[in-house]
Design a protein around this ligand. Structure first.
Ligand code: ATP
Length: 936
């Protein structure tokens, strides 16, 4: 790659890079005085020159470095820069650097570079038309002088010369942006007589081979015109092929290089090795490896890292390790690459051993190890490492944040996930579509659909992955209609769906029983969007039809599939057979599924449960025996609950938890309570779960999710949401029990009331009096916004803060879950509907309200707006639109008596709620029933 030193800073960076690799060498460099650096010149590179850092200011010196980087590399094993020119040339360049320095120091301006360089060149090239070799200059050095502006447009062949100019073709080549421009440069170069000069042509070839707007074919064309192309040109084309659509051509071109007797250098191998890795060219890769050894680049870090990468691509971690072990000096890249490679091959423990041995780690290495745990579903270890990382004060970047969000998703750690999301926002980590999708996914899978949708809505540049993720989120939460709505929105916004969109959409239809809609989408997927259905789509359709009891139609669809069904498609039908108790079809399908997927324990469990449902316990036993005989291991089911950032894991029947006695007691209490409302344990649900023998009699009682729920009930406040994550499907019994327990237990123990109305109607006065009477919490949204800065600034026109509704909702979520709140605000459409059990709209007669607002010193415009708002009953309309009309109530608030009466009415209602009976409120003529119940 071109070094392109354009200034001192970059020059210093290059120098730093060149000195950083080898500790030993750095030690040897310690004799170099401060402000100087080492340069090795010429072919044998043994003699060290010590030159001042200020030379890096000098363009001609920068150009020297640039060439050194491009052609030969600049690192010297002893630490320092290697410049492949003759000693004489180096001395001349440095001497003009000295004069440059004197000029710069004396005048404090950077002038005279060109003339100085030219003078140097004149000293060097007494006669510019003498054959180069007599001057000790090869073609490359001549063209380098051209690029330095020394020759300007001089034609060394014809002798026609113009004055030196920086606008030489090679200088301008740096700004070339298209092939047509490049061809113009090429013609100029031909006119300059440099069309066979390797250095000049190498730069043209580099553009053609490596630039985005280049053309590798033209690079080959240029290469073919050269009588003796050098290693740089071969390397460039090898690299160009590596970046092309046919990386294997790199290998073929390398053969050509050898055939032309050009000796490879350390820049030949990295792209060559990576090309072999990309193509899974194991044989070629090994041959290249042999050449790396043969040509003596075994100590070269670049080559070695590429070899590690190649072997990891071949899924040969042992070979990669061998290369790694043989490296005399490993950098952080070598370590990190091997860790990531081990992880991809599933060798997580080996990866961790390496990680522990690393002499130094950067954020990328931490991420590699954390991601390794996440990819292999070892989320707890990912968390532990993350904590260690925080202790070591490693900054969380977006890649680490993404890995940790996935870990949170894996174990349903909503609090941790929220924390990372907040961190991303506060530390201004740049969001991209991928990261946003990971955040949305985390919220969806941790059961926080509202929040997921909020993040989704806020993100302006939604790519298809974000839409798919949100539709998928609605699908797994059984919100089919919402998924469809979102899909339609996507169409309105002209976002083209892909095959994943339809998988999620069909699955949403399946989980919500929307058979007709599902059918329509399945058809329009091909007809309208040209997406051919894949096995996943057929699987969803079979699931959709099967769940709806249309087993024959589902079977028919499988027969009609243009591709052979896989275990997923057949498994969907087997699941439907279990739901609908169709043993005959179930057995038939099971045979087919097991043939395709013999190790999957879930299929055996399904068949056993199908038999169990029909009371065929002998067949259940047969299935169990078959599983044992075939050595099919059941996946152990577990459920997790996150409490205050800690994740607790439960396995069915397990009693190792320190609080297991209390947990089992709570399970019994919970089941006892729901029995009263009709819960009957399913006898089949837990037949094949991992339980101890003594629990066999009633295993469903102690399934992992019930234990997790019981633990949640013990540890959370009444009314708080309990979120459980599970690795397997929830069995029917647990599903029923959870639904009933949720109705019984997770309902707020106290109601929430919203008191709304136009400003001045007495919301705050009423709310405050009601809070005093009931000990409920009064939440004045206006005050909260000010106090916690939940706004987007001040609106001068409206003379109030611009409230940030998302922030307000976030702030209140937990409080509202607990119940017992009186929320006071002159708006109501942005609060979640589920928050409130009663919505009161205060109303005041216009002239009374006018006086109140006037007394407050409202401006005429503000006063007019508010009075109009009251006349048109805007708040009442808004409340009716936002909440069930059953819970919305308008109350008159003209006088102090009205306030007293309203407070008394609402206090009665709250007290009646506490007694747990459906409550009847009678207010003047209006009668409303609020079906709010609480536990005793
Ligand atoms: N029913 C009422 N009878 C007499 N005065 C009232 C009544 N309701 C409110 N007021 C008076 O009107 C003024 C505004 O009352 P309050 O602050 O409670 O209204 P609000 O609806 O909360 O207004 P905002 O939305 O601007 O906060 C207060 O001075 C209060 O004493």
């Amino acid at each position: 790659m071109a070094f392109g030193l354009s200034g001192f800073v970059q020059g210093k960076k290059a120098l730093r890079r060149s000195l950083s690799g080898i500790k030993e060498a750095t030690l040897k460099c310690s004799t170099i005085p401060k402000g100087y650096f080492a340069v090795y010149v010429g072919e044998d590179q043994k003699k060290r020159h010590v030159v001042p850092l200020s030379y890096l200011n000098e363009p001609s010196f920068q150009d020297l470095l640039s060439m050194a980087e491009e052609e030969f590399g600049y690192e010297h094993p002893m630490g320092g820069l290697t410049i492949p020119c003759s000693e004489d040339i180096f001395n001349d360049i440095t001497s003009h650097c000295i004069s440059f320095q004197i000029q710069t120091n004396s005048t404090n301006t950077v002038t005279g570079n060109l003339s100085t360089a030219h003078a140097v060149a004149e000293r060097m090239l007494i006669d510019p038309f003498l054959p180069h070799h007599r001057l000790g200059l090869d073609n490359g050095w001549r063209s380098r002088m051209v690029s330095l502006g020394v020759f300007g447009m001089t034609n060394p062949i014809s002798g026609a010369s113009s004055s030196p100019s920086l606008a030489s073709p090679l200088h301008r080549l740096n700004s070339c942006s298209s092939m047509s421009e490049l061809k113009q440069f090429h013609s100029q170069i031909i006119r300059c007589g440099l069309s066979t000069d390797n250095y000049t042509m190498g730069r043209l070839i580099k553009f053609c081979a490596l630039s985005d707007s280049g053309d590798i074919t033209y690079a080959i064309h240029l290469y073919n015109t050269l009588p003796h192309p050098d290693a740089f040109i071969y390397n460039t084309i090898i690299r160009g092929y590596f970046q092309s659509e046919s990386p294997i051509n790199s290998f073929l071109f390398y053969s050509q290089m050898l055939h032309d007797s050009v000796i490879p250098n350390r820049y030949t191998f990295p792209s060559l090795v990576r090309a072999c890795g990309l193509n899974n060219g194991v044989r070629e890769g090994k041959q290249v490896h042999a050449h790396v050894v043969k040509f003596g680049f075994l100590v070269d870090g670049f080559c070695q890292n590429s070899l590690i990468h190649m072997y990891l691509n071949f899924q040969s971690p042992e070979e990669a390790r061998r290369v790694f072990d043989s490296m005399p000096l490993r950098d952080v890249i070598s370590w990190t690459m091997l860790i990531a490679g081990y992880s991809q091959c599933g060798f997580v423990d080996e990866a961790f051993q390496l990680f522990e041995l690393m002499p130094e780690r950067n954020a990328v290495s931490w991420n590699a190890m954390i991601a390794s745990y996440v990819q292999n579903n070892r989320f707890h270890e990912a968390f532990a490492l993350f904590c260690r990382m925080q202790e070591e004060k490693v900054t969380l970047d977006k890649y680490l944040a993404a890995s940790m969000l996935k870990a949170c998703t894996g174990i349903g750690a909503l609090h941790q996930g929220k924390w990372i999301h907040d961190y991303i926002e506060k530390s201004c980590i740049e969001l991209d579509s991928k990261l946003v999708t990971t955040i949305i996914d985390m919220y969806c899978k941790c059961g926080c659909l509202d929040k997921a949708f909020q993040v989704f809505n806020k993100w302006p540049d939604k790519e298809i992955s974000a839409w798919n993720c949100m539709i998928g989120g609605f699908a797994i939460h059984g919100k089919g209609e919402a998924a469809i709505e979102l899909f339609e929105e996507m169409q309105r916004r002209m976002v083209a769906p892909d095959h994943i969109t339809f998988v999620n959409l069909l699955s949403a239809c399946a989980h919500s029983g929307l058979v007709e809609k599902g059918r329509q989408y399945f058809q329009c997927m091909t007809r309208v969007y040209g997406i051919e259905p894949r096995r996943e789509h057929f699987g969803c359709m079979v699931d959709l039809l099967g769940r709806a009891g249309m087993l024959d139609e589902a079977r028919e669809l499988i027969h009609e599939m243009p591709i052979s069904p896989d275990a997923g498609v057949l498994g969907a039908l087997l699941g439907a057979c279990k739901i609908h108790g169709n043993i005959k079809l179930g057995e038939e399908i099971w045979e087919e599924v097991i043939r395709l997927d013999p190790e999957n324990s879930g299929r055996y469990v399904l068949l056993a449960n199908l038999y169990a449902r029909a009371g065929r316990s002998e067949d259940v036993a047969k299935v169990r025996k078959l599983m044992n005989d075939r050595g099919v291991k059941k996946v152990a089911g577990f459920s997790m609950i996150e409490l205050e950032g800690d994740v607790h894991e439960f396995i069915a029947g397990e009693r190792t938890h320190p609080e297991s006695k209390a947990i089992y007691g709570k399970v019994n209490e919970m089941l006892e309570a729901i029995r009263c409302v009709g819960y009957v344990p399913e006898s089949d649900g837990g037949l094949l779960h991992d339980v101890e023998e003594e629990e066999m009699e009633n295993p469903v009682y102690h399934h992992s999710e019930k234990l997790a729920i019981a633990f949640g009930l013990l540890k959370t406040k009444p009314g708080e949401t309990i979120r459980i994550s599970k690795n397997l499907r929830v069995c029917k019994d647990c599903h029923n029990a959870t639904t009933m327990a949720a109705n019984d237990n997770t309902k707020r123990k106290k109601p929430n009331i919203l008191i709304t109305g136009t400003p001045g109607t007495g919301k705050t006065t009423t709310s405050s009096a009601l809070a005093d009477a009931t000990q409920f919490r009064h939440i004045n949204i206006g005050d909260l916004v000010k106090e916690k800065n939940l706004h987007d600034g001040w609106d001068d026109d409206l003379d109030c803060y611009v409230i940030n509704e998302d922030l307000v909702c976030d702030e209140l979520e937990d409080l509202m879950e607990g119940g017992g709140n009186i929320v006071d605000y002159h708006g109501c459409d942005f609060f979640p509907e589920r928050w409130f059990d009663l919505v009161i709209v205060l109303q005041t007669e216009n002239s009374v309200l006018y006086d109140r607002l006037h007394n407050r010193g409202y401006s005429e415009t503000k006063l007019k707006n508010n009075i109009e708002c009251e006349i048109f009953q805007v708040l009442l309309e808004e409340a009716k639109e936002s909440y069930s009309e059953n819970i919305v109530m308008a109350l008159k608030s003209d006088t102090i008596d009205d306030i007293t009466r309203n407070v008394a009415t609402l206090t009665d209602w709250i007290r009646a709620c506490a007694k747990g009976v459906p409550t009847v409120i009678t207010v003047k003529k209006a009668v409303m029933t609020v079906g709010y119940t609480t536990e005793n």
